[in-house]
Design a protein around this ligand. Sequence first.
Ligand code: G6P
Length: 608
Amino acid sequence: MCGIVGFTGVEQAAPILLRNLQKLEYRGYDSAGIAVECDGKIVSARAVGKLVNLIEQTEDGKTITGTCGIGHTRWATHGSPSENNAHPHMSNNNKFAVVHNGIIENYIALRAELTELGYQFQSETDTEVVAHLLEYYDNGDMKATVMKTVSRLQGSYALGIVCSDHPGELYAVKNQSPLILGVGINEFFFSSDVTALITHTRNVIYLDDGEFAHITKEGIQIYDEFGKEIQKKISRIDWSLEDAEKGGYDHFMLKEIMEQPKALKSAVEPRIINNVINLSEMGLSDDDLKKIDNIIITACGSAYHAGVVGGYVIEDLCHIPVRVEVASELRYRNPPMNERSLLVVISQSGETADTIAALKLAKESGIKTLAIVNVVDSTISKLADGVLYTNAGPEIAVATTKGYTTQVAVISLFAVYLSKLTGKISDEYYSELVADIKSLPERCQRVIDLNTKVEKLAKQYYNNQSLFFIGRNIDYAVSLEASLKLKEISYIHSEAYAAGELKHGTIALIEPNRLVIALACYEKTFDKTMSNIKEVKARGAKVLGVAQEDNKRIISEVDSTLFIPQITPILMPIIETVPMQLFAYYVARENGCDIDKPKNLAKSVTVE
Ligand code: G6P
């Protein structure tokens, strides 16, 4: 939610800031702005709408000169997406400019206090208080001014600050929002995410909460919250540049769908050694795991849907109760947990505010926690007792694809590991499951090869304005994700329904030509789902049936079919979701939607 960047060096700052902001647009894209220090003055430009508007307004940054500046791409929280509310925000004396990602929770009180002191507010944002506090506390010593200002703030913030009295200098402050420093040669950067840095440098420093940095073109000094200088390790980013580029695809989403075999390989292959699952990297011991007799899984959005699949799989294999709850609900529910509980959080970004809050709640209760996360060194990965990285590589499209399938792969791997450890499955079944897990990349490629067929189906059905996804058991879990994918990028209304629940009310909405996508890949419930298909067909629905390739019986009952390769049932969700991602993609494309940047969304949701 919102991306911030900063640059100081010898080159012109504005074009670099704009290019780096482009890499962060997935974090928010309703307005953008930059501020550059030049000859003792701050010059800023802001524009409503996607970044391209700011790029046009500043002629690709050429109209703003100066070698030190900050930038922001916004997802509105406080105040509409207007130019006045766009960052950077300026102090009244125009000396300080500030960009911010996060929420200043005590901004109302601070705003009242500063208004009383005579400061004029130009925006409705929470951020503007920071600019005025900087002016208020300014005593010529920038470090002291920043520290005094930050001491007044409550909430989450990654801040970038530039001041006209301190040419060539940037300050970057981190508390509960991501902030990474880029270390180049005679040029230094900060950013909300490494994707904006890798075109410039692979050497980065991850700031921790409470830390702040003073950045000049000569170098970086980092301080702890008490102002004591500290040394931090420089990490090397091993993502390739191509990972963060479209690589010839029209959209990041399509590229990321196609990358799933590779991503699944990275998620599972290093963890299977001589046909045995090895999770020794996890940070939770076998003794810890053996004590577990109940699991709570929590996450948001698609990661929650991955958790729903995980719930079915763990219960099936480990025979222990699993509760799956969205994090925004769990955190306010006082859920029963005891010393034998394990909380599993799932998150692509590792920065989702509600998921972090639920994780902290569990930690306060003293229970063991495990995070399944993609972004290395993210907040969630650092907070949890154990971590399993999904190794999906950078995911740029707002609608997650490889992020989700790798989450499901990793939680399934964990379930198989736990079931073996606790003696719940036979050696034969274990070997069968391990072999099938190893085959996931190849089977995923086979569903990707259905691309042309799915594209045709999408062309046939793209103008339906409301539809249902139905399924039972893990097919139902997949239908939740299939429906969300379609909604978020094509804006078409759809609902995921447990097929058996239809007749308890929702069937009233089935009318002639209503499209129903019936997921019938789970063998155990295939016949039951077939009955539900008949029920909706009897009321005139058009049905697209999705089934395993040997279940040809479905053909006579539906209008169109999509057959997918067979795999052991508990791994089916990974294979089954891929054509649903492609379907959503092509439907959105037929409808002319902005696929990588759907309206109102942001990829990383760092606010409640
Ligand atoms: C946003 C994204 C979703 C994602 C969810 C959780 O809503 O658009 O794709 O599933 O946040 O994000 P996380 O980073 O925690 O997986």
